[in-house]
Design a binder for this molecule. Structure first.
Ligand code: LLP
Length: 421
């Protein structure tokens, strides 16, 4: 389905014109299409059906969008969760994701987080270093529990993506080097409080070519074979997330979920383990937009600036990664102009698009910053004392507020003046 489309000259989310959303919930706000995100989840599950032994686990990467309404929607579709903190575990469980469908990744798990995860009974720890093995062994022993562990192996594959989101190269902080895998598993096997459950890898994000995924999976299988030869049973293989999505209208669609599924089925044919996947962006990026209003259009000697009520604190991807997001006028006029589209934050980097050709918008017009469902709201901050914005979910002609807009009072609630200053 197409979640955002022009109907009678107005951009709509499913069946609702976006001006109605703006009138009801205010701007800026994030708007998500429920039908689209459930469709993506179903497509992912279906595409991996029959891959590996038993039913594959699709564990949504909570970091991409930790909203309760979104996690609850994915829980209903039978998805699990890939988490990287105790906070994300709490959110996933609260949204109804069964603990046994949770995998816990991350290089800096603390003893406290491990304890929490063990008490709640998560399905798997993806462990990223030998010192982490030691810490988990101690924590599990102190609780009288046996932790189910996969070691995250760094396959040293170049995912051909932005350097800040590439994780599978040997020089990143992630995972255990492939050549150290065997000795790390030996170490793991020596602890009675740990159980070898599987192997894991994740090579990066916004990957638009299937070849690096294939190379990583092959590398992982070599290690599985070596481990089995050494007498270790590997029940699960977590092949991570990272499938890219289309951000530019005029660019070809990256490999579809189905093409990814076909590749996985071909490459993992004959593997004797249950497969786990950790997609984030591919499930949610294009299900969401950031809806914003034009405050003013400022003409300078060198450029035209369209100043929005949304800013880098609401959506940081363009500032942080020079990421491209389509920006659409909600009621586009026939005339177009070139402009820098910026926010009101006092930083030169507060810019959504440079020298972009867009329909000539004027103050109070609405614009939609597209593909903002993943790593949008979740990376927002209150910089410049700009409260976190509202989030809205739409299904058909129904809409609901899924996160209330913060107030400045909310921002100050936990602050205190100090008497002796
Ligand atoms: N699993 C692990 C261990 C990860 O580190 C990540 C993302 C994922 C799964 C999900 O990857 P996805 O399917 O969403 O590509 N903030 C950046 C993206 C950072 C991704 C970090 N790890 C952005 O806005 O592009």
């Amino acid at each position: 389905m197409i979640p955002f489309s022009l109907k009678n000259g107005t951009l709509c989310v499913e069946d609702i014109p976006l001006p109605e959303i703006a009138a009801q919930y205010g701007t800026p706000c994030y708007v998500y299409s429920h039908s689209y995100l459930t469709e993506r989840a179903r497509r992912f599950t279906k595409a991996l059906d029959g891959a590996g032994k038993g039913k594959a686990l699709v564990a949504f990467a909570v970091k991409a969008n930790p909203s309760q309404a979104i996690l609850a929607s994915f829980a209903k579709e039978g998805l699990g969760a890939d988490v990287v903190s105790a906070g994300e575990i709490r959110r996933a469980v609260h949204a109804g994701i069964p603990p046994e469908r949770i995998v816990f990744s991350g290089v800096g798990k603390t003893a406290e987080e491990m304890r929490y995860a063990l008490e709640i009974g998560i399905g798997q720890f993806n462990i990223e270093s030998v010192s982490e093995i030691e810490m988990l062994a101690e924590v599990a022993a102190s609780l009288g529990k046996k932790a189910a562990v996969a070691l995250r192996i760094n396959p040293d594959v170049d995912p051909h993506t932005h350097a800040k989101i590439a994780t599978g190269k040997a020089d990143t902080k992630f995972g255990i080097a492939a050549e150290d895998a065997l000795s790390a598993y030996e170490k793991l096997a020596s602890y009675p409080s740990l159980k070898i459950q599987g192997i894991a890898s994740h090579i990066g994000s916004q990957i638009t070519d299937l070849a690096p995924f294939e190379a990583a999976a092959e590398r992982i299988y070599e290690i599985i074979t070596a481990l089995e030869k050494a007498g270790h049973a590997i029940e699960t293989a977590d092949l991570g997330g990272g499938l890219g999505v289309r951000y530019k209208d005029d660019q070809p669609e990256p490999p579809s979920i189905e093409a990814y599924g076909e590749m996985i089925k071909r490459v993992t044919k004959g593997w004797n383990c249950r497969l786990i996947f950790e997609p984030g962006r591919s499930l949610i990026a294009n299900a969401g937009i950031l809806l914003s209003k034009v405050i003013r259009v400022k003409e300078s000697k060198t450029a035209r600036f369209v100043i929005l009520d949304a800013a880098m604190n609401d959506l940081v991807r363009p500032t942080l990664y020079d990421a491209y997001h389509e920006i659409k006028a909600v009621t586009p006029s026939a005339q177009a102009y070139q402009a820098d589209i910026v926010g009101p934050v006092c930083e030169t980097g507060d810019i959504f698009a440079r020298n972009r050709s867009i329909p000539a918008v004027k103050p109070d017009d609405l614009v939609a910053i597209m593909s903002a469902g993943a790593y949008g709201a979740t990376m927002a901050s209150a910089y410049n004392s700009r409260p976190l914005v509202a989030e809205v979910m739409v299904s058909g002609n129904k809409s609901a507020l899924i996160r209330k807009r913060q107030s400045v009072e909310d921002l100050m609630r936990d602050e205190q003046k100090v008497e002796w200053l």
